[in-house]
Write a protein that binds this ligand. Sequence first.
Ligand code: ZN
Length: 223
Amino acid sequence: MLRISLLRFLSLPSRSSSSSSLFFNPVSPHSHSQNMATSAYMTSSDSASSAKLLFRQLFEKESSTYTYLLADVAHPDKPALLIDPVDKMVDRDISLVKELGLKLIYAMNTHVHADHVTGTGLIKTKLPGVKSIISKASNSKADRLIEAGEKIHFGDLFLEVRATPGHTLGCVTYVTGDGPNQPQPRMAFTGDALLIRGCGRTDFQGGSSHQLYKSVHSQVRTC
Ligand SMILES: [Zn+2]
């Protein structure tokens, strides 16, 4: 099994206000990642608009994979989504969804994972009605195949899709929405496009270091 250190969450500066230009370095499972991610969440939940966003960072240590649970808890249905679920942790994820009283609507991937088996299929069998999402460019199967620029809505919140190829051809980054009622600071879920003090490997799966450099600088580090 490949051991790839994974970044799954990056907080981006606000486009409209430089005063909240909060930029977090990638988090690492081998450093003080939990603290950094928690502080990002705490900061995010300070503003009234972001009080609607529920955010949980989950970890699977064998593949060093972060899974993220997001939900609009101000909406009556509490619609939720999971980013990059791992198959062996599906029961944990579903228990948490139930415990928090959420309605899981999407199980989505940033890319086709070489280092672990995705849990989206398993989640769909355990929670019928959940839709899977992956990029069209990944050449994989899902209920919804997304492309750059699309929005994925959950309640009154949404994620934007950005194409960030380079680790694989089909990598995308999901960025929290831009708008008066969307959480600030914005967050980017980069999958393996951007890691802890580095990037995902580019030597297989159609990878390209040149393309990845362009992706990170044009799609992730700008907002
Ligand atoms: Zn990967």
